[in-house]
Design a protein around this ligand. Structure first.
Ligand code: ZN
Length: 473
């Protein structure tokens, strides 16, 4: 019996191997199997939808042979997805719908990783992945689709390769650029369902508007710190993002993972749930989270589901009298509307001080080398200061600065006492990226610390321009 089981196992493995070779060959002849100009073949679809590909639907790869029955699933699909087929509520019909669906995942980061992996594994017909960024080492703790070998390479390529390694029978489309109003309509239009796995406010509004204009359900997720949330917009009468938030929140209320941190598993949990909702919408199985929002609190291990209001009749985009057209969409300035950038790379930088109140990192380094008496005030939060700091700097977080001016006064006095010169010590202020330090200098100057100067670009510039060994985070 054991020998027979072994033989069976061996034959199945051999069949899988043959199937995958057949698929590889088929994909090399991809042009004849998929619409002209859209074949992704074995991974050559990079940016395929970004050009003038027109509005054709995302191609779903179909096999020319191996069908078990005229209306049944191909034999290799039956074996691969047998655990799905065994589910009475899902079954052959669910799997067939999945294999005929096309899903676009916007963002190949912490949320997008599990979304793309699960959607590839479970056999969606066509999976599109959009992301303009490259893989960075500090992504890997949560963006589990990427491997170390891909650091410095395109996230989309990395994610698509990982998906193809899991399931070579699906079509994976790569869009290696940031989704923006002038390319969003053309890409989104090719897909049945959109998953928002991005992490910034302007993109959230943009994807929602785009989905309303093209009438696509939107699986929206967010994760920050130790909390996450999830809902399905614009589906079965559920609202769009603008129905819930007609006006963007003030800039100060918007946080990002790169500023506030995120525990790696949290986007993983939300991303898995997004994949689940996408599968439910694609197959019409179960009750999608439309009109409801799931809130996840990792610390207390609590999941709450709250009802949210239905679509608003006065919504400027999906409301009854909305005059918002595709043309308006393409011209809409989402960054200006939300007062925040679409990409981390263009994080907002303040410029509120006169040039005389600022020095570059290199200038600061020179005066340290020249032995100029001074005090370096670091205004980052204490837990940032613990990550890394410049030696001999004094940490008073910006939020506590006003109430701790006495402490600063004392430190300055100590610096004076230790100095042999009569010249009062100068005061330099640093933070992580050079924004908070400007606010601090403005405050300090108002409070009489007239020598306070900002170090331009903060510790990020320090690491870049002066000390390459200084840890970047
Ligand atoms: Zn709306």
């Amino acid at each position: 019996m054991e020998a027979m089981a072994g033989e069976l196992e061996r034959l199945r493995a051999e069949r899988e191997e043959l199937d995958s070779r057949i698929r590889l060959l088929e994909s090399q002849f991809g042009a004849s199997l998929t619409p002209a100009g859209e074949g992704d073949a074995a991974g050559t679809g990079a940016g395929g939808g970004g050009g003038g590909g027109g509005a054709t639907a995302c191609p779903i790869r179909r096999r020319g042979n191996g069908f078990a029955a005229a209306d049944g699933l191909p034999a290799d699909m039956i074996y691969r997805y047998s655990r799905h087929l065994l589910l009475p509520d899902f079954g052959v019909e669910g799997q067939r719908k999945l294999s005929q669906s096309s899903i676009l995942v916007v963002g190949a980061g912490g949320l997008g990783s599990p979304v793309a992996l699960y959607l590839a594994a479970c056999g969606v017909g066509c999976l599109g992945i959009v992301d303009g960024d490259d893989v960075e080492l500090n992504n890997l703790h949560r963006q589990i689709i990427h491997k170390e070998a891909y650091v410095g390479k395109s996230k989309v390529k990395s994610a698509a390769d990982a998906c193809r390694e899991i399931n070579s029978s699906i079509n994976v489309m790569e869009y290696h650029h940031t989704l923006i109003p002038c390319n969003a309509l053309e890409i989104v239009r090719k897909y049945d369902i959109v998953v928002d796995a991005t992490d910034n406010l302007p993109t959230r509004y943009m994807i929602s508007d785009c989905c309303v204009l093209l009438n696509k359900p939107l699986i929206s997720g967010a994760a920050l710190g130790l909390e996450g949330q999830l809902t399905v917009y614009h589906h079965n009468g559920s609202p769009c993002y603008r129905c819930l938030f007609p006006n963007p929140p003030p800039v100060a209320a918007c946080q990002r993972c790169s500023d506030s941190g995120v525990l790696g598993v949290v986007p993983g949990v939300i991303g898995c749930l997004q994949a689940l909702e996408a599968i439910k919408v694609a197959t019409d199985v179960g009750e999608p989270l439309s009109g409801r929002m799931l809130l996840f609190d990792a610390l207390s291990a609590r999941i709450r589901i709250v009802k949210i209001r239905g679509s608003s009749t006065v919504c400027t985009v999906c409301g009854e009298n909305s005059a918002f057209t595709q043309d308006d969409f393409q011209k809409f300035d989402y960054e200006n509307f939300t007062q925040s950038p679409m990409s981390d790379k263009s994080a907002p930088s303040l410029d509120i001080l006169p040039g005389s109140a600022r020095v570059t990192c290199k200038e600061y380094k020179r005066l340290v080398d020249n032995g100029e008496r001074h005090l370096l005030l670091d205004v980052r939060p204490a837990h940032h200061f613990q990550i890394a700091s410049v030696s001999q700097s004094l940490n008073i977080p910006l939020s506590e600065l006003e109430e701790k001016l006495q402490m600063l006064e004392t430190s300055l006095k100590d610096t004076t006492d230790a100095s042999s010169s009569d010249k009062p010590p100068s005061l330099y202020v640093v933070c992580r990226r050079g924004n908070d330090s400007q606010i601090a200098v403005q405050l300090l100057r108002e409070k009489g610390f007239l020598s306070a100067k900002d170090i331009i670009g903060g510790l990020q510039s320090w690491a870049q321009d002066v000390d390459p060994d200084f840890p970047v985070y």
